[in-house]
Design a protein around this ligand. Sequence first.
Ligand SMILES: [Zn+2]
Length: 406
Amino acid sequence: MTGGQIGNVDLVKQLNSAAVYRLIDQKGPISRIQVAEVSQLAPASVTKITRQLLERGLIKEVAQQASTGGRRAISLTTESEPFHAICVRVGRRDIDITLYDLSGKAITSIHDKFDYQDSQAFIEGLIEQITQFKAQVEPQLKELVAIGVTLPGLIDPVKGVIQYMPTIDVEQLPLGEILNDTFNVTSFVGNDIRALALAEHYFGATRDCLDSIVVSVHNGTGAGIIVNGQVFLGHNRNVGEIGHIQIDPLGDRCQCGNFGCLETVAANPAIIAHVEKALAQGFVSELQQHESITVSGICHAANNGDELAVQVLTKVGNHLGKALAITINLFNPQKIVLTGEITEAESLLFAAIERCISTQALSNFSENLVLASSELYGQSTIGSFSIIKRAMLNGVLLQKMLEEHH
Ligand SMILES: [Zn+2]
């Protein structure tokens, strides 16, 4: 991990290597001359860095026909296939693990139940799961360059330390370091929703914008905020607790201790409880025939015009819209992306949210704002891969790979 202090000379080296790698990754095939021009690095530096990247196998040379029809020009592209990453998403009661290559191509995945009552069971279970997965993929495994883990909770992503988890008591749990020592591989840890916001920015619905917000409605309600292409992190490295914006001062008690937080009305358990209560009171609805109430089932009923489902989801949209209007006034994003089962009733939900935003957010801010559903829904480990991708692009992992080679 990058816990230790890093000297200025080393930092400059890391940033220059990263600038070159990033250009080749994003603009490749690209010539050395173009890399020097765009990065504004001296041609000699570019030559030196590209030589290191070539030796490490991270980039390769390709011949391109020059536009003038003269001799072939040599261009550079990244090489991602020989490098693998194990990416883990830890949920409240389940776990997903995927093997990716460095281009973000998923090679193989598992989904399993994962019960943990305390931090010791969590660590031991996680190590066991990764060990088993690694053994299972051994025949396909190329060079393993990183492990990435995302989970619900508050995390210092630079140090890989978990500060809080909603499921168990943890205090300053250095998960990154533990995985690093156990598997002898550079390991990264991040908050699941912040990582998802990054994933949408790299691969999904917000590729085209620098400023965006991803809102996830699941067991809780949370947001990841991207400002100028980077995950926005506050002083204690966690922002976007949109779920704890107070919507109703006389509302239900929230797990955070306050009353009427967004999460108490616009998260899956709250939505299901609302429907169950109405059904118990005798509301007529097609959901009466359902054996168990799920958010997916409620969305389906709402799309069929079921009055109870429509009313409940409209109310959820109004609550979300109120919280989003506040967030829009603070961050003025270009796009807001919603993720969760709830987006299965997208047209109804978005209409309610848009009505609130248009009346409650500054009109200058809301005029050109786009509301969209996640493009990565169902790709549960893509967030974990994104924090590894970020470490390649900002040089943290890249520099480690270059140094270990010597
Ligand atoms: Zn709360």
